[in-house]
Write a protein that binds this ligand. Structure first.
Ligand code: FMN
Length: 206
């Protein structure tokens, strides 16, 4: 079949738009920001990835708006303060990560609300998730505004430079990150997730 997104994203026999089920698996950027009043926000973003490694840069996409109107806290806070943290969500943290997707009022500390311990960052103010096996301290670069959606929804790409990397030493074996110990959780389509705990190796031709 062929889909023209400007006409219909779920032509027969599709029940839902297949887009997110085809861009898989998506790593989850579990993003901490802090408001200019000092309120901690934590939220998962599966439109997330690394974009280059020298200097290391990442992006996440706060799309749509806050339930109380205006931009999502993860967009407003990063634009107000210029800092954010990427926390890696592993298998053990999957349920807490899901809880932080709840649309909470902007004055609620979302780490405290879901019972997660915060750990201080070295260079920036937002805290990291203490239990995360890795966290990146990031300095905001810029926001790229994407085309407005068919329902009037705004979408944004937030870009940041990684200025500090925390790794739990227990996931480092013989000098490399052991994926079987890291066990990152990734987003698939619909309400589905994957946990990555197996990998295979292939050398490049040159
Ligand atoms: C696994 C997962 C991935 C998500 N990915 C995104 C995403 O890429 N973009 C987005 O805008 N919302 C995404 N959400 C929803 C946000 O986490 C949710 O709207 C959150 O409350 C962000 O709002 P806040 O920044 O105001 O806290 C995702 C939710 C889950 C559970």
């Amino acid at each position: 079949m062929f889909i023209d997104p400007s006409v219909n994203m779920k032509p027969d026999p599709l029940l839902y738009s297949p887009f997110k089920a085809l861009v898989v698996p998506r790593p989850i950027g579990w993003i901490t920001t802090i408001s200019s009043d000092g309120v901690i926000n934590l939220a998962p973003f599966s439109f997330f990835n690394g974009v280059t490694d020298d200097p290391p840069c990442i992006m996440y996409c706060p799309n749509g708006s806050h339930r109380d109107g205006g931009p999502k806290d993860s967009l407003k806070n990063v634009q107000d303060t210029g800092e954010f943290v990427f926390n890696l969500c592993n298998w053990d943290l999957r349920e807490k990560m899901n809880l932080t997707a709840e649309h909470m009022p902007s004055n609620i500390d979302e780490m405290k609300a879901v019972g997660l311990e915060a750990a201080a960052c070295k260079f920036i103010n937002p805290p990291r998730v203490a239990a995360a096996p890795a966290s990146f301290e990031c300095r905001y670069i810029k926001t790229v505004d994407l085309p407005i959606g068919s329902t009037g929804r705004e979408s944004h790409v937030v870009l940041g430079e990684v200025i500090g990397i925390h790794i739990d030493d227990s996931v480092i074996v013989d000098g490399i990150i052991d994926i079987g110990l890291l066990r990152p959780v990734a987003r698939l389509g619909y309400m589905d997730y994957a946990v990555i705990d197996k990998s295979f190796t292939m050398m490049r031709p040159d």
